[in-house]
Design a protein around this ligand. Sequence first.
Ligand SMILES: Cc1cc2nc3c(=O)[nH]c(=O)nc-3n(C[C@H](O)[C@H](O)[C@H](O)COP(=O)(O)OP(=O)(O)OC[C@H]3O[C@@H](n4cnc5c(N)ncnc54)[C@H](O)[C@@H]3O)c2cc1C
Length: 467
Amino acid sequence: MTLTVDQLDTDVLIVGGGLAGLRAAIAAAEGGVRVMIACKRKAGRSGNTLVAEGGIAVGSPNVDPEDSIEQHVADTLASGKDLCDPILSRMLAENSEKEVFGLTRFGVVLGRDKSGNLLRGQPPGHTKRRSLRAESDHLPKNARGQSITIPLLKFAENLGVTLLDRTPILRLLSRDGAIESALAMDEEKERYLVIHAKAVIIAAGGAGQMFSLTNNTADITGDSYALALDAGADLRDMEFPQFYPNWGISPFRSTISSVMMGEGAVFRNKNQERFMPSYYPEAKDMATRDQTSLAIFQEVQAGRGVEGGVYLDASGVDREVLEVKFHHLTEAMRRLNLEFGKDPVIVTPVVHHYMGGISVNRHLESGVHGLFAAGEACGGTHGANRLSGNAFSECIVFGALSGAAATEYARGREMPRPAGKESIAAMLPSLAFQEEGPDIADLRREMREINWKKNGIIRTEESLLAG
Ligand SMILES: Cc1cc2nc3c(=O)[nH]c(=O)nc-3n(C[C@H](O)[C@H](O)[C@H](O)COP(=O)(O)OP(=O)(O)OC[C@H]3O[C@@H](n4cnc5c(N)ncnc54)[C@H](O)[C@@H]3O)c2cc1C
């Protein structure tokens, strides 16, 4: 098949239309430059943002009178096992209140109880009740992220941001250490696009689909990292996938918010024993995700698991809290003629998030000039373990900051010249469709299994090297 090649240009190109990409697009467009979002699927309706539960961490006395930015930083660093980039962790905490409450400017509605108070939760690892969320009860469970992305998408469109949906970026091209253009596939018009840009922000999410078991959406295949590495940027902490302990496998498959542990839910093994206190006598069921995943894994390995997981017992959670805060789950159970908190629910750990990612400085710029990153594409903010709600805060804060930084950079640059026929031809051959060779589906399955086994819940230098 021979495809045509067309050329486009923009000041700031954003790769990915999830929360980080949309927030970055608004910041750049408000800075007065031309902005384009190229998205593998549909901007605002794709990526992990779409299916997220929507917890957003904001450490501020205006959310919890006993909280502070310093406490949010301390909790983030402790959860990350002091392997965080402390500058990035602090930037996240310092800007979260302004940026999260600033979402209301775009039409996002924060969730409140019947008395009008902000709904706040305290997921494991947070020492204060600082987890907010956008109002999303009207949305289907697997599309709650639209409570934020659709208002942002509309706002971006009104600012004149160009949307290229179903247009995955295949490769980023740099010259003399600076980003210059991107090669994309316009799937609808069946053509290649060479997009020239003064600055590029990678916001193509994490890499959950590189593992056998994940709750990530199908489009999250590690493209952020592959594109950055190929363009000459450094990655960091790639041995840190995050495992989420509360992935429901029975009676339905779904993420069960860890906020529920803060409301009194506990884990039990097949003998109905609470096992978390024996692993973590202080934190018990409020241990962080990495600790809980490890404990569940060990219970299953020791033969005390049930269907490859353990029970999540929500009988201690207040009924009204269950109905208000976990409405989607209680509804899902009701549809099966079951009752949450009474009938058994089984959970197991799956890959949920990537803490590793593109190495960036305080301007969210990688080692390649003009190449920025935001959201799950970035590495370092969360160290070895991310706290619940900190991913959304990171997308919102780093989206805004990277958009502003990329705009500043683009203002001082000339537009790269259109590529000649020869340089376009040089980009394409290695991407040509292969008629022969190994089956891609087989390779993908094998890669996922290797990652699951060698970069899994228990991993060592030896297993990583072998993988
Ligand atoms: C089930 C689940 C629940 C979660 N709940 C929470 C929560 O409550 N709170 C929280 O803080 N975090 C949560 N997270 C994590 C959080 O959702 C993600 O870290 C965050 O949404 C990532 O946003 P992003 O914009 O960086 O990437 P995504 O939202 O993943 O978006 C990536 C975008 O890039 C596009 N893309 C991918 N490859 C390419 C390419 N080559 N070219 C162009 N576009 C591309 C995708 O189509 C998509 O539009 C949850 C995650 C999951 C899986």
